[in-house]
Design a protein around this ligand. Structure first.
Ligand code: RAM
Length: 329
C-alpha cells in the first residue's frame, strides 16, 4: 500500500515535469534594486550562466520598477507565496526588508544579499563585490588623479537608503582628510538610480557649485546621467565625471572626454556567484563564519565573522581599455 502511494506520487511528479518542460528542481529569485538597470541585466546574465552550469535551476529575475524598499517588500511577499527555494537580493534598504526576509527564512527559503546588503538578521550570507574601504578610496582617487592641485568634488549617489553606496560614501569620507587633503567634498545628492532624477540632481550640483571640478557617481545610472549633463551643458574639460560605470553604457563619455576614467567589477560574475551561493545553501551547506563556498569558474569564497565575503578589486577603465570591456559588460 505504502509502495503504491509512493509510486502514485512519483508518477504525478513525473507527469508534472513532462507537462511543464520548464519545471526545475530549484527556483532561485534574483531580486534587484530596480528593473531596467544595465548593471543588473548583466548580473542576470551571469545568474543564467550559473543556472545552466548547475542544471535543474530556474532563475527568477525580478525587481520593482523604481528602487524602493516598499517595491522589494511586495516582491519578497509574492516570492514567499510562490515558495521559491532561495532569494538573492540587492537591497534598497538595509533594515526595511528584514521582517519580510525573516518571514521567508522561517518558511525555509534561503536568503542571501549581494551587491547591496541587508542587516545580518535578514540574510544568511552577504556577498560584496569588493572590499568596501577599497571602493570608497577608489572613487575619490579616480577624481583626485586628475586634480593634481586639488579641487571641489560632489557625489551623485543612488537612493539615500542604498546600503552599498552609503557604505562606500562613508568609507570615502573617512579617508578624505588623511589621504586626499586637497580634495574638498562639497555635497552628496541622491538620484535614486533613476535617469531623470539623476539628471536633475547633476544639473542642480552644477548650478549650485559653479567651481565644481568633478562629479563622482558611484552608481552606473547616475554616472551616465551626470556625463550626459556635462556633455549637453558644454562643460567637457571643466567638470570631470567619474565613479562606477558599466563600460558598455559609458564608453561614449570616455570617448568624448566628459570622463577621464571610471571603475567597476564584473557584474556578470557577481550574479553568477549569487546563484552558486544560493544553490549551495539549498543543498544544505551551512552559512557560518569560516565556511568556504565554491563558486564555479569564479573560485572560492570564505565567510568572515559577519557571514560576508568580498570578490575582486575594482578595475579601472579609461581610453586604453574601455573599448575592449564595453563589448563584455
Ligand atoms: C547601480 C546600482 C548598483 C551598484 C552599481 C555600481 O547599478 O546602484 O547597486 O552596485 O550601480
Amino acid at each position: 500500500m505504502k509502495f503504491l502511494k509512493t509510486l502514485a506520487v512519483t508518477t504525478a511528479l513525473a507527469t508534472t515535469m513532462m507537462a511543464n518542460p520548464g519545471f526545475a528542481a530549484e527556483r532561485i529569485a534574483l531580486v534587484v534594486k530596480s528593473l531596467g538597470n544595465g548593471f543588473f541585466d548583466a548580473a542576470a546574465k551571469g545568474a543564467e550562466e550559473a543556472a545552466k552550469e548547475l542544471g535543474d535551476v530556474e532563475v527568477i529575475y525580478t525587481g520593482p520598477t523604481s528602487a524602493t524598499a516598499e517595491g522589494q517588500i511586495e516582491i519578497i511577499n509574492s516570492l514567499i507565496a510562490q515558495q521559491v527555494d532561495a532569494i538573492a537580493i540587492s537591497a534598497n534598504d538595509p533594515d526595511a526588508l528584514v521582517p519580510a526576509l525573516e518571514k521567508a527564512m522561517e518558511r525555509g527559503i534561503k536568503v542571501i544579499s549581494w551587491d547591496s546588503g541587508v542587516a545580518p538578521e535578514g540574510r544568511m550570507i552577504h556577498l560584496n563585490p569588493s572590499d568596501t574601504g577599497l571602493i570608497g578610496e577608489t572613487i575619490i582617487k579616480l577624481a583626485a588623479d586628475y586634480l593634481p592641485n586639488g579641487g571641489d568634488v560632489a557625489i551623485l549617489s543612488a537612493s539615500s537608503t542604498a546600503t552599498n553606496q552609503n557604505a562606500w560614501i562613508d568609507a570615502a569620507k573617512e579617508i578624505l582628510p588623511t589621504k586626499f587633503p586637497n580634495i574638498n567634498l562639497v555635497s552628496v545628492v541622491y538620484g535614486d538610480d533613476d535617469s531623470v532624477k539623476s539628471t536633475n540632481e547633476a544639473k542642480g550640483l552644477i548650478a549650485t557649485y559653479p567651481d565644481l571640478d568633478a562629479i563622482i557617481a558611484p552608481t552606473t545610472v547616475g554616472v551616465v546621467a551626470a556625463a550626459q549633463v556635462v556633455t549637453d551643458e558644454g562643460l567637457i574639460g571643466k567638470i570631470n565625471v567619474t565613479g562606477l560605470a558599466l563600460p558598455s553604457e559609458f564608453k561614449q563619455f570616455i570617448d568624448n572626454g566628459a570622463s577621464q576614467a571610471v571603475a567597476l567589477w564584473n557584474p556578470i560574475d557577481l550574479g553568477y556567484s549569487a546563484v552558486y551561493l544560493s544553490h549551495q545553501l539549498i543543498g544544505g551547506m551551512e552559512a557560518k563564519p569560516g565556511a568556504t563556498f565554491s563558486i564555479g569558474k569564479v573560485g572560492e569564497i570564505t565567510l568572515d565573522d559577519t557571514n560576508s565575503a568580498a570578490m575582486a578589486a575594482p578595475f579601472q577603465f579609461d581610453k586604453s581599455n574601455i573599448d575592449e570591456f564595453s563589448k563584455i559588460y
